[in-house]
Design a protein around this ligand. Structure first.
Ligand code: C2E
Ligand code: MG
Ligand code: MG
Length: 620
C-alpha cells in the first residue's frame, strides 16, 4: 500500500500550533510519554486516499482520506492508532491531526475533487466548541480546500448522548457549505433517528451488508429497505467494501449511487486519477446481474388470510335448550364454541347435537341441563397468524375431526370466531400457492413473481437476452406410472441440470410450475448450454425408469382420453427466442413468446428450437 514518508507531507508541529489553537500544541501532546504522543510530536501521520466511484458511469466521484502511522510498525493502521488515542486520552488531538493531515495533503496535491474526511461525532462537537465553525472554515480554506468540496464522515455517532446538540453543530458546519456523511451505517447501533434528524447528504452502508450481496438475498433486501429510507431523506448511498465484480454489479443494478472498495480502488498515497481499465470494462458491461432470491419456500410463513365466521358462542352454564335455540336461529352454523370467559374450551357439532336433541323426551329430560356434555373438549384452536407449516400438520394428522367440527379461531388465546374444515384447506392452499409464486417449494427456484421482475429488469436495461422455455415430453405418463415421488425426482433433476448450465451471475433460472422452467440467458454460449442440458437430461432421466421400461424404450400407459398407448422415455424440449428490448415492452409479452417457442419445440420433437422473435411479434 502506501510508502510515503511523513516528512514529505510538509506538516510541521508549528503549522498545527498556528492552525488549530490548543490542539496539537496541547500539553497532553507536548508532555505525553505514550507512543501516540511521540508519533504526533514527530509528525509521522499521513493520509492515504481511496476512491469513491459513481456506480452508474464508473466515474470517480471523490476520495476518502484514511490515516496511516509509521510504516512497518504496529501503528500503521488506524485501528491501532485509534486504540492508542483512547488509551493515552488523546482522541481530540489525534483526530484533529488526522483531519489537518488530510486537508494539508489534499491542498498540496491541488486536487479539485471532493474529499471525505473521518471524524468522530464526539470530537466534532468538541472542535466546534473550541473554535466555532468560522475558524474551522477559514482553516479549511487556508489548506487550499474549498468547504463545499469537503464531506465530513461522522463515525461513532451511535455513542452520542445529546443528539440535539450534535444536530446544531452539524447545522453550523453545513451552513458554510461542508457536506455530511454517516459512516458505517448498519454497524453496531446505527441510529435511524440521527439519519432523520441530520439528513446527511451521504450515508455509507457498512461493508457487512455489501460483502457477498450477490449471494445473500437478505442483505439485498436490507439494502433495498435502506434505499427507501434514503429516498425519503434525499440521501445518496455509498456502498462500502465492494471486493468483487458480482457484488459491484448487484449494487449498481440496485441503483446505489456510489461504491467504495478494493475492487474499485485501494487506499493509496496518491489519489486515483482513473479507474483501472479492466475494472472500467467490467463496470461498463451493461449485462444485468441476477439478484439472489429469498428461499421462502422452505417456510411457508403465516397464513395470509384465514376465513373467520363471526359465530355466537355459549358459556359454561348454558343449557341444551339455549344451545338448540341458537342453532335454530343460525341455520348455517356448523358448530358452536363453548367458552370460559373469553377462552374457548370446547366445540359442539351441530348435526351430532341436533340428532340427540330431536330424540323422544330429550328436551323434557335434558333440556335444562348443561350443554357441555356434548362438547368435544379438545377442539382445534387456530391463532389468527398461525404458521402455515403447523396447519399443514393439522391437515395431514390422524385426527381429522376438524373436517366435521371445523376449528375455533383465537387471537392471543381469546375467542374470535369459527372456521370450517373446507375453509382451512382453502386458506392453506391459497397461501402455499402465493408462496410458490415467489419460490417453487419443490426446487426452491424463483417462481413467477421473481421471473417477471427479472424480465422487467432485463427489458429496462436495454440489454439483449435469450428467453428459453424448457418442458418435459411424456412426463404425465411417467408421473402416473411411478407416482408423484418419482415425478418430483425428475423435476428436481431438470432443475439441477439447468442450474449447472447457467452462470449464476448472468443467467436466471425460474420454475414456472410443474415441469415448466424459464431460463433467461445473457451468456453468449446459451445455445451450447441448452444442447448440453437436453443431452444430459436424456442420459440421466433414464435411470428414473424401471428396467423393463428402459429396455422397451418407454412405458405403456393411458393417454389423456383413457386410451392405452406406448409413450417413449421422457425427454426435454427447449424453445428459445432472442429478445431485444425495443420489440418488447412487458414481461408478459416475453413470457408468452417464450411459451410459443416451447410449443414449437414440442411440436418439432425433443431438442432445442430457436424461434425468431420478430416473426412472432409480427404475428401477434
Ligand atoms: P472507514 O471510515 O469505514 O474506512 C473504510 C475502511 O475500510 C478503511 O480501513 C479501508 O481501508 C477499508 N476498506 C476499503 N475498501 C475495502 C474493501 O473492499 N474490503 C475491506 N475489507 N476493507 C476495505 P482503514 O483505513 O483501516 O480504516 C479503518 C477505520 O479507521 C475507518 O473506517 C475509520 O473509521 C477509521 N479511520 C481511518 N482514518 C481515519 C481518520 O483520519 N480519522 C478518524 N477519526 N478515523 C479514521
Ligand atoms: Mg470512513
Ligand atoms: Mg466506513
Amino acid at each position: 500500500m502506501s510508502s510515503q514518508p511523513a516528512q514529505a507531507l510538509n506538516i510541521t508541529p508549528n503549522f498545527f500550533v498556528k492552525s488549530i489553537p490548543g490542539v496539537v500544541s496541547s500539553l497532553a501532546v507536548r508532555q505525553g510519554t505514550g507512543p501516540l504522543a511521540k508519533i504526533l510530536r514527530s509528525n509521522a501521520l499521513y493520509p492515504v486516499f481511496q476512491p469513491i466511484v459513481a456506480l452508474a458511469d464508473a466515474s470517480i466521484h471523490s476520495h476518502e482520506a484514511l490515516i496511516r502511522g509509521p510504516l512497518n510498525t504496529s501503528f500503521h493502521t488506524p485501528d491501532f492508532l485509534l486504540a492508542a488515542a483512547a488509551r493515552e486520552q488523546l482522541n481530540f488531538e489525534f483526530e484533529n491531526t488526522c483531519v489537518a493531515a488530510a486537508l494539508v495533503r489534499w491542498g498540496d496535491l491541488c486536487e479539485s475533487g471532493r474529499l471525505f474526511v473521518n471524524i468522530s461525532a464526539e470530537v466534532l462537537v468538541q472542535v466546534i466548541k473550541h473554535c466555532g465553525s468560522m475558524p474551522l472554515i477559514e482553516l479549511i480554506s487556508a489548506f487550499g480546500v474549498m468547504p463545499r468540496m469537503l464531506v465530513l464522515e461522522i463515525t461513532e455517532y451511535e455513542r452520542v448522548a445529546d443528539m440535539d446538540h450534535l444536530a446544531k453543530v452539524v447545522a453550523e458546519i453545513r451552513s458554510v457549505g461542508v457536506s455530511l456523511a454517516l459512516d458505517d451505517f448498519g454497524d453496531g447501533r446505527s441510529s435511524l433517528r440521527l439519519w432523520s434528524q441530520l439528513k446527511p447528504e451521504y450515508v455509507k452502508i457498512d461493508k457487512y451488508f455489501t460483502k457477498n450481496i450477490s449471494q445473500h438475498a437478505d442483505k439485498l433486501k436490507t439494502i433495498q429497505a435502506l434505499q427507501q429510507i434514503a429516498a425519503i431523506f434525499d440521501t445518496d448511498l455509498v456502498a462500502e467494501g465492494i471486493e468483487n465484480e458480482s457484488d459491484m454489479r448487484v449494487l449498481r443494478d440496485l441503483g446505489i449511487s456510489y461504491g467504495q472498495g478494493y475492487f474499485l480502488g485501494r487506499p493509496e498515497v496518491m489519489p486515483l486519477a482513473n479507474i483501472e481499465a479492466k475494472v472500467l470494462g467490467l463496470m461498463r458491461d451493461r449485462r444485468v446481474s441476477v439478484f439472489p432470491e429469498l428461499r421462502r419456500a422452505s417456510s411457508a410463513g403465516s397464513l395470509s388470510r384465514l376465513a373467520v365466521l363471526d359465530a355466537p358462542c355459549v358459556g359454561l352454564s348454558s343449557t341444551n335448550d339455549e344451545l338448540a335455540s341458537l342453532f335454530l336461529q343460525h341455520e348455517t352454523l356448523h358448530a358452536v364454541a363453548v367458552v370460559d370467559g373469553t377462552r374457548p374450551i370446547g366445540i359442539i357439532n351441530r348435526s351430532q347435537f341436533m340428532n340427540e336433541f330431536s330424540k323422544l323426551y330429550y328436551r323434557e329430560v335434558w333440556g335444562r341441563k348443561h350443554c357441555l356434555v356434548h362438547a368435544n373438549l379438545a377442539p382445534r384452536l387456530i391463532e389468527r397468524n398461525h404458521n402455515v407449516d403447523e396447519l399443514i400438520g393439522i391437515l395431514t394428522s390422524d385426527d381429522q375431526r376438524y373436517l366435521s367440527d371445523g376449528f375455533i379461531v383465537t387471537e392471543n388465546g381469546r375467542y374470535v370466531g369459527l372456521g370450517t374444515g373446507e375453509q382451512l384447506v382453502r386458506s392453506v392452499t391459497e397461501t402455499r400457492i402465493e408462496v410458490a409464486r415467489h419460490a417453487n417449494p419443490l426446487t426452491f427456484l424463483p417462481g413467477n413473481i421473481p421471473i417477471s421482475q427479472h424480465i422487467e429488469r432485463l427489458l429496462g436495461s436495454g440489454t439483449e437476452f435469450v428467453a428459453c422455455y424448457a418442458d418435459l415430453n411424456n412426463f404425465k405418463p411417467f408421473n402416473d406410472q411411478y407416482g408423484y415421488w418419482r415425478g418430483d425426482e425428475m423435476i428436481r433433476l431438470v432443475a439441477r441440470i439447468i442450474s449447472a448450465h447457467c452462470d449464476p451471475q448472468r443467467d436466471f433460472v425460474g420454475h414456472v410450475g410443474g415441469d415448466d422452467f424459464i431460463i433467461l440467458y445473457q451468456s453468449d454460449n446459451w445455445q451450447a448450454q441448452c444442447q448440453e442440458i437436453i443431452a444430459e437430461f436424456g442420459k440421466l432421466a433414464v435411470s428414473l425408469f424401471d428396467e423393463s421400461a428402459r429396455l422397451a424404450g418407454g412405458i405403456q400407459a393411458d393417454d389423456r382420453h383413457g386410451v392405452p398407448r406406448f409413450f417413449p422415455l421422457t425427454t426435454l424440449s427447449i424453445g428459445a427466442v432472442k429478445i431485444s428490448c425495443c420489440e418488447f415492452a412487458t414481461a408478459e409479452q416475453v413470457a408468452s413468446v417464450a411459451a410459443r417457442a416451447k410449443h414449437d419445440a414440442k411440436t418439432a420433437g425433443e431438442g432445442l428450437y430457436v424461434r425468431d422473435a420478430i416473426l412472432v411479434n409480427a404475428s401477434r
